[in-house]
Design a protein around this ligand. Structure first.
Ligand SMILES: *Cc1c(COP(=O)(O)O)cnc(C)c1O
Length: 435
């Protein structure tokens, strides 16, 4: 972030967010952020009305809270109907982020995962709805799959689930995990319906520290309305002063992240965020095209998605190329994760490059040059040994200058190259060329 924001963060570092009476400003800023994000996600809040939501440490905590709210609401409904409520489940795609598995294990909810298949790397809404039963507390859709950045089709899920709910009377709701996509879609694809415009979407989480453009340690969960957050999960505490309603897993935490998020909202505004996201998309496009030009990879990420490129070695390539390329790129200072896809695509190896705001065209081109070099080196190795690299410094003779004659050159120095430049330096200080 900008130096001004770094200073604000430092000034806020000694303020405990839990001391709401001592630092009422932070609570106020959190509420303002909640109101801004809820409106960005088209929550049905009238002018002057307060939105329902809370700041968290990240999307993981946000998802724990949203999941608990769904579980509790479902339990209330089941008890009221005299039915058992001891076997709750969530339906998701097998591409969920690990925090959903964490939620499931910690809070004793079964995860029912829709498997992936060749060419389909996100949850299939038809299959998801078919897996819903009377114990399903929610269907979790992902706006920006962690593995490929792809947006799941929340609108189709909403429509299919609404039809199913009409038949069953279960009223199964939807949660959208918009950890990455929540700060992409509203700026780049405002017409895409994935949020509270869809009636079954009851809660949404987003990470402030991903495309919310704040340092690590802030996330958000927003509920559609008060009815979607059971009152018995909210704690009223008064031992630090006035009555404070809270719904978080932790009590004390720093204030700086909330202050920083509010700073970014004010500093950039809607247009600023849109410009940043457009720049990220442009870098992702350069990367995608450059990787395609090598002829060695199939791009599996989509263009209308999170600004990242996920790619897999083309069929027929040596199976472990993704992992070898990943470790080769480390020599150039790039950490590009290679991983296998979840069930039923475990045989598929993927590399993924996520574009951050400060990753512009020069870095993208440098990265592509390094990928080509790394591929060459791996090919040399496959052919039976690396060709040693030598750096030669030459001096051009005077005849070369403008005479059209062959340049005469003298070798000044010849040195073996053992290591390539390892560090990739990013721009410091002001990075917001967009304002
Ligand atoms: C990153 C991510 C999370 C976890 O978010 P944190 O903010 O790191 O806790 C959850 N879901 C998805 C889809 C993510 O990309």
């Amino acid at each position: 972030m900008e130096p001004e924001c770094d200073r604000l963060i430092l000034e806020g570092i000694n303020k405990n967010y839990a001391d709401m009476d001592e630092y009422p400003v932070t609570t106020e800023l959190q509420n303002r952020c909640v109101n801004i994000i809820a409106r960005l996600f088209n929550a049905p809040v009238g002018a002057g009305e307060k939105a329902v939501g809370v700041g968290t440490v990240g999307s993981s905590e946000a998802i724990m809270l949203a999941g608990l709210a769904f579980k509790r609401r479902w339990q209330h409904r089941r008890r009221a109907a005299g039915k058992p409520c001891d076997r709750p489940n969530i339906v998701t795609g097998a591409n969920v982020q690990v925090c959903w598995e964490k939620f499931a294990r910690y809070f004793e909810v079964e995860l029912k995962e829709v498997k992936l298949r060749e060419g389909r790397y996100v949850m299939d809404p038809d299959e998801a709805v078919a897996m819903v039963d009377e114990n399903t507390i929610c269907v979790a859709a992902i706006l920006g799959s962690t593995l490929t950045g792809e947006f799941e089709d929340v609108k189709r899920l909403n429509d299919l689930l609404a039809a199913r709910n009409r038949r069953t009377g279960w009223g199964t709701p939807i949660h959208v995990d918009a950890a990455s996509g929540g700060f992409i879609a509203p700026f780049l694809y405002p017409e895409l319906e994935w949020d509270f415009r869809l009636p079954l979407v009851k809660s949404i989480n987003v990470s402030g520290h991903k495309y919310g453009l704040v340092y690590a340690g802030v996330g958000w969960v927003i509920w559609r309305s008060k009815e979607d957050l059971p009152e018995d999960l909210i704690f009223h505490i008064n031992y630090l002063g006035a009555d404070q309603p809270t719904f978080t897993l932790n009590f004390s935490k720093g204030s700086s992240q909330i202050i920083a998020q509010y700073y970014q909202f004010l500093r950039l505004g809607f247009e600023g965020y849109r410009n940043v996201m457009e720049n990220c998309m442009e870098s992702a496009r350069i990367l995608r095209e450059g990787l395609e030009r090598t002829g060695r990879f199939t791009i599996i990420s989509k263009e209308r998605a999170v600004p990242l490129v996920a790619f897999t070695p083309k069929g027929g390539e040596d199976a472990s190329l993704a992992f070898r390329l990943s470790s080769e790129l480390r020599r150039f200072g790039w950490i590009v994760p290679a991983y296998t896809m979840p069930a039923d695509l475990e045989h598929m190896e993927v590399l993924r490059v996520v574009v951050r705001e400060d990753f512009g065209r020069p870095l993208a081109e440098r990265f592509l040059a390094h990928v080509r070099m790394a591929l060459d080196e791996l090919d040399d190795e496959a052919r039976g040994g690396r060709v040693p690299r030598v750096r030669v410094t030459i001096e051009l003779g005077p005849a070369a200058r403008g005479s059209g004659e062959e340049a005469s050159a003298r070798v000044v120095k010849r040195e073996p190259v053992v290591a390539v430049q390892r560090s990739v330096s990013l721009a410091g200080g002001k990075t917001k060329g967009v304002c």
